[in-house]
Design a protein around this ligand. Structure first.
Ligand code: ATP
Ligand code: MG
Length: 577
């Protein structure tokens, strides 16, 4: 490919809307272009890398026995109503109507569609197991599209769905997909961790996320270096600190003027934060009946803990979008809560959720539901009861590992994939059944498996760049090498570049010849920004058959004969492709 013919425009400036390196560099390199917030187009170089990731995904899915299909993005509402998700999915779903007012959505995911297709065709155990996948465009009207391809509103996902007759089969399908994911992300050159993930209302140990490690990742991961525990923070179980075996002291109200925070009240009363309890006031609407009365929820956790919203919404059986922090003034009128001084005693007409740890911890300090007052020696059972008692706290760095008890560590990651045992979540409501050897009917067990293809591209750039630009891994580089011709008017240089190009191309490398009428500095800068793994520079020494060989990831700019440079490039390519 000649650089002079390439549809390419690189930017020197950092685009103002981009905050993180992958977003900045993909825009600056002209690999993607923004249309509107969260919607991007791929230009030739970006599209080449994207197709390479897709090809890796395709090869590994095929090798794992999955069959490729392509479903429509446009999906009828009826299927989502059948599964019960038309409301539950919430405002992230792009909904639309046709000219006859029939409702549709642009698919944010495809469980319903695959369940529907498979139930039309599968009826016997002989047709199972089955695994179907597609690489297709998804739509989600994200509340906060950001970071370019990492959280966009239109993106490409690989989604696979497995269909099995029993748990053992589902387990095999899940393991096969898990192993295929490891191969995909290894081949893309990502540093990642597979961690246990939340599986929503289904519960159990049914899901893993693959997280590319990165400080800009939105996913918090907690892991233990002493055992194999690794989970998203939202999923991680918590091992409660056992409460001290002390006597319950008499409840006492204290005047605590102006102490609206845990820090302030603990200091005022000379307590440790863990001797207090924290109130979090929330409100929820009914997703199936948004006009119904708002439901208020008061959650209590130990003063030094953080609320885990995922655990809370799972316990409430509500989708996360239906729950938000309460309008405290409105809530006060209905429930008796008092901003900064809310405790479980004196609250009414709301759902009280208490963290398990509070039940075993004696003599805590809590708000008195009265301005400038707290209670001390509050005890569960004697002084208050909750509607729900469950673990609703976040496991954080330094907390005790729920498996082995060592202090856990935390890291941030970009979720690039997730595998999920669905069981009968869709097959039962949508009536996807098979009959066994004895003509007995059973629901099919399903799994679903997603990879964010466009997000993976960004995650690779996030992990592989320096101040000058992208450093593509060989496997997904848009081109493997660039031959930079210092003076394209010099026929000796052009002809040497041509012969190197021919050798590399014959060996399977994809090569750009940069023969633009630009200053060498511009060409070097662009080559660094675009991130081709290998650069061969053909300049003055071409007359003696000498070129310079340099790797984008670092190392010296080395003089070599043209043949040596081609040999080195071919060898590296074969090792890393
Ligand atoms: P997140 O928690 O980041 O919103 P998710 O868990 O909702 O993602 P899934 O439904 O598991 O996403 O989708 C499968 C994969 O699709 C994710 O692992 C991720 O790689 C990718 N993905 C999801 N949402 C987006 C998005 N808005 N932009 C780009 N990729 C996405
Ligand atoms: Mg996910």
């Amino acid at each position: 490919m000649k650089a002079s013919k390439m549809f390419l425009s690189t930017l020197r400036e950092v685009p103002s809307e981009a905050e993180i390196p992958s977003h900045i560099l993909l825009l600056r390199a002209g690999m993607i272009k923004k249309l509107v917030s969260g919607v991007y187009a791929f230009m030739p170089l970006g599209f080449r890398s994207l197709r390479k990731i897709e090809e890796i995904v395709r090869q590994e899915m095929d090798a794992a026995g999955a069959q490729e299909v392509l479903m429509s993005a446009l999906q009828p509402a009826e299927l989502w109503q059948e599964s019960g998700r038309w409301y539950a999915y919430g405002p992230e779903m792009w909904r639309l109507k046709d000219r006859n007012a029939r409702e549709f959505c642009l698919g944010p995911t495809h469980e319903e569609i695959f369940t529907d297709v498979v139930r039309q065709q599968v009826s016997s155990y002989r047709q199972l197991p089955l695994n179907l996948y597609q690489i297709q465009t998804k739509y989600r009207d994200e509340a906060r599209p950001r970071f370019g391809l990492i959280r966009s509103r239109e993106f490409i996902m690989k989604d696979a769905y497995s269909f099995d007759r029993d748990e053992a089969g589902l387990d095999d399908s899940y393991k096969a997909m898990y192993a295929a994911y490891e191969k995909v992300f290894d081949r893309c050159g990502l540093k990642y961790r597979a961690v246990e993930a939340d599986s929503g209302a289904i519960g159990g140990n049914n899901s893993h996320e693959f997280c590319a490690l990165s400080d800009v990742g939105e996913e918090e991961i907690v892991y233990c270096e002493h055992c194999s525990m690794a989970a998203t923070a939202e999923r991680a179980a918590f091992k409660d600190e056992p409460g001290a075996a002390v006597e319950e002291l008499p409840l006492e109200k204290k005047h605590t003027p102006g102490t609206k925070t845990i820090e302030a009240v603990a200091e005022y009363l000379g307590l440790e934060q863990k001797q207090t309890m924290k109130a979090l006031l929330l409100q929820a609407f009914d997703p199936e009946d948004p006009d119904a009365k708002i439901r208020y929820i008061a959650c209590f956790i130990r003063g030094d803990r953080q609320l885990n919203m995922t655990k809370l919404v799972n316990a409430l059986g509500l989708p996360e979008y239906a729950v938000q922090f309460a309008d405290e003034a409105a809530m006060a009128g209905e429930t008796g809560c008092v901003g900064g001084f809310t405790g479980p005693i004196g609250l009414h007409d709301c759902t009280i959720v208490a963290d398990t740890e509070l039940v075993n911890t004696k003599n805590l300090c809590a708000g008195a539901c009265e301005a400038d007052h707290h209670y001390i020696n509050v005890n569960y059972g004697r002084d208050y009861k909750a509607d729900i008692v469950t673990d609703i706290k976040l496991l954080q760095a330094g907390d005790t590992c729920p498996v082995c008890g060592a202090p856990v560590k935390s890291a941030r990651g970009i979720e690039v994939g997730q595998v999920f045992k669905l069981g009968t979540k869709y097959s039962v409501p949508m009536n996807l059944c098979y009959s066994d050897e004895n003509q007995q009917e059973h629901p099919v067990l399903m799994g679903c498996y997603g990879i964010g293809v466009t997000r993976t591209l960004a995650a690779v750039v996030e992990q592989n760049h320096d101040d000058n630009g992208i450093i593509w891994p060989m496997s997904i580089a848009p081109y493997h090498a660039v031959i930079t011709v210092i003076n394209p008017k010099d026929e000796v240089q052009m002809s040497l570049a041509g012969s190197i190009f021919a050798r590399l191309e014959a060996a399977g490398l994809e090569v750009v010849v940069d023969e633009r009428e630009e200053r060498p500095g511009v060409k070097f800068k662009d080559a660094d920004l675009l991130g081709f793994p290998i650069r061969i520079t053909v300049g003055k020494k071409a007359a003696d058959g000498i070129v310079e060989y340099k790797l984008r990831r670092g190392g010296d700019n080395t003089d070599m004969t043209a043949d040596q440079a081609a040999d080195a490039a071919i060898e590296l390519y074969n090792k890393e492709k």
